[in-house]
Design a protein around this ligand. Structure first.
Ligand code: F6R
Length: 613
């Protein structure tokens, strides 16, 4: 989703802003712009399209106007993902009104009221954005004191926001404030930096802080001051980055997605190994998860969005199987409007790679309001979801840059498995010996992941076949149905091919009518318990002319006439196959999109971190 970068200091601000925006490209956007201060005042350049288009436009402006060549010392930059108003130069940020220039991430919910109030004063915006209304509001509140202006303005704004603001009277200062949408900042000998995501700052610093909600940060060359709205100074805690720069670069792979698929053995080791103690028993003490939390739980609700929600579908099966308590999985954007049954005996598990997904964060807040215990599985340290949860299990997957989630998903599964084992042990549902056996198998799974990655060639071949399709189906039962949902979303988001995930037994209740000669069907048949039934379902589709990609756990005996491709995953305990199957499905989606010649890391209309409802 929209990206933010701001800088004031000794470096050339234009360069810092453009490089920062380039680093934030992975978040997904449709236009970009910067405002920067030169000796002639604050200049703004905006362009639809990629940051490279913005660079070209700035070069043209510089050719025409020699004054632009003078160094710029302070500025703000933005990549916009359209919400209010179409994709146009005018709607791109920054927006200026009078003495106020600002950029914004988030959504202003009461923009209509603001627009009417401003119209009553004869003020009409030039763009169709909610952001310009805030620039107008701030300008109308401005009487020479930026802090007071910000305080007065945010009191009138409802919704989620992260603002970086330049006032014409203090052109070398950046003011920032946020609610829900993330902002991080750091100061170095080169100056002060702010961004929506630490990835944009890592070239300059390995330490940063998260701006607390509804606090104002004032960035000057020499320092960053943070204060409450009442003006009380605060010192936010500094966070150290533990991953290196190489982790955020492509490292020789053509796409971040492929790199991140291949990083899964390492990501899983980092997520699992620190949580296994001697004797192969789970150990969540370093995560500060006390055994006491398992005692009184009567039911579990897992809530998340997209791929993270699909990890929850697998988690539900594991927890119900091992602990025999009811678990439901709720789409976070639905959960909050459904008056869910929650009480102090409910454990709510939220799952999120970014830790900033607005719907998941809102679900978490609702759960806390209703006195549930909230445990979150999150990848990004100190993100909003991590900070607001009672307990956090971090997935140590490292930065995930491609919009399509890959390594974060399998790391989420790893956390859910470790958590279920600990939960089952804590409730006396399994013995230490049984638990140790399970963990030994989980560790063995990491080696099987390496082996799965060697299936790339056959997956590429199957992907080149799928690339010609316009509609396809993923089918499976139980765990395999959960995986079908994940396979389907992965394929849709990057290959733009319509697909549906179906519980295989449900096909004949309607969907079978869509299977005609040549319809591709990806059939997951990895679970022994339902294997024979699954193969019957495969026969049903094959008999109607489907082209079948059959995914199996090992190479069970199957009549070769029922499939066109067989992806035989390395043999694992059935409950661990989601890890290897997920990787096969990720590669299948990747190669399908590659054969269609698409822009894999930044699919159209999608954003990495969805910080609006
Ligand atoms: C799909 C994908 C999305 C995210 C979803 C939640 O590949 O990445 O479906 O899983 O937007 O995002 P997080 O995990 O950041 O809450």
């Amino acid at each position: 989703m929209c990206g933010i970068i701001g800088f004031t200091g000794e470096l050339d601000a234009k360069t810092v802003l453009l490089d920062g925006l380039q680093t934030l490209e992975y978040r997904g956007y449709d236009s970009a712009g910067i405002a920067y201060y030169t000796k002639d005042g604050i200049k703004t350049v905006k362009s639809v399209g990629k940051v490279s288009c913005l660079r070209e436009k700035i070069d043209q402006v510089e050719k025409i106007d020699q004054a632009e060549k003078s160094p710029s010392t302070c500025g703000i930059g933005h990549t916009r993902w359209a919400t209010h108003g179409g994709v146009t130069d005018a709607n791109a940020h920054p927006h200026t009104c009078g003495k106020v220039t600002l950029i914004h991430n988030g959504i202003i919910e009461n923009y209509h009221e603001l627009e009417n109030a401003l119209a009553a004063k004869g003020k009409v915006p030039c763009s169709q954005t909610d952001t310009e209304l805030v620039a107008m509001l701030m300008d109308s509140c401005y009487e020479g004191n930026p802090m007071e202006t910000i305080k007065k303005s945010v009191a009138q704004i409802e919704g989620a926001f992260a603002f970086c603001i330049q006032f014409a009277d203090e052109p070398e200062v950046i003011y920032c404030i946020r609610k829900q949408s993330p902002l991080v900042a750091c100061h170095t000998e080169n100056g002060s930096f702010v961004a929506s995501d630490m990835v944009a700052l890592i070239t300059y610093s390995r330490e940063y802080f998260v701006l607390p909600e509804l606090h104002i940060a004032k960035l000057t060359k020499g320092r960053i001051e943070v204060s409450t709205l009442e003006g009380k100074a605060v010192s936010p805690e500094m966070i150290k980055i533990t991953w290196d720069m190489a982790a955020a670069k492509k490292g020789g792979y053509p796409h971040f997605m492929l790199k991140e698929i291949h990083e899964q053995p390492d990501a899983l080791q980092s997520t699992i190994l620190p949580r296994v103690k001697e004797g192969n028993l789970p150990d969540l003490t370093a995560d500060h998860i006390p055994l006491s939390i398992f005692k009184d739980i009567s039911h579990v609700i897992i809530t998340a969005c997209g791929t993270a929600m699909h990890a929850g579908l697998v988690g539900r099966i594991m927890i119900e199987k091992l602990i025999r308590i009811p678990v439901s999985v709720e789409i976070a954007s639905e959960f909050r409007y459904q008056d869910p049954v929650i009480n102090e005996k409910t454990l709510v598990i939220t799952i999120s790679q970014s830790g900033e997904t607005a719907d998941t964060l809102a679900a978490l807040r609702l759960a806390k309001e209703k006195k549930a215990t909230v445990l979150s599985i999150v990848n990004v340290k100190e993100s909003s979801i991590a900070r607001e949860s009672d307990y956090v299990l971090y997935t140590h997957a490292g930065p995930e840059i491609a919009v399509a989630s890959t390594k974060a998903y399998t790391a989420q599964l790893a956390c859910l498995f470790l958590f279920s084992y600990q939960f089952a042990l804590g409730r006396g549902c399994i013995t230490e010996k049984e638990c140790a056996d399970k963990i030994a198998q989980l560790l063995h799974m990491i080696a099987a992941i390496e082996e799965t990655l060697t299936l790339e060639k056959v997956l590429e071949e199957a992907g080149s076949d799928l690339a010609k399709a316009e509609d396809l189906f993923f089918i499976g039962r139980g765990m395999d149905y959960a995986l079908s949902c994940e396979g389907s979303i992965k394929l849709k988001e990057i290959s733009y091919i319509h697909s549906e995930a179906y519980a295989a037994g449900e096909l004949k209740h309607g969907t079978l009518s869509l299977i005609v000669e040549g319809t591709p069907v990806v059939a997951l048949a990895t679970q022994e318990k339902v294997f024979a039934k699954m193969i019957s379902n495969v026969r049903e589709v094959k008999a109607r002319g489907a082209r079948v990609i059959l995914i199996t756990n090992g190479r069970p005996e199957v009549d070769a006439s029922v499939f066109d491709y067989q992806i035989a995953l390395p043999k694992l305990e059935d409950e661990l196959v989601p890890f290897t199957a997920a990787i096969a499905l990720q590669m299948l989606a990747y190669y399908t999109a590659l054969h269609r010649g698409l822009e894999i890391d930044q699919p159209r209309n999608l954003a990495k971190s969805v910080t609006v409802e």
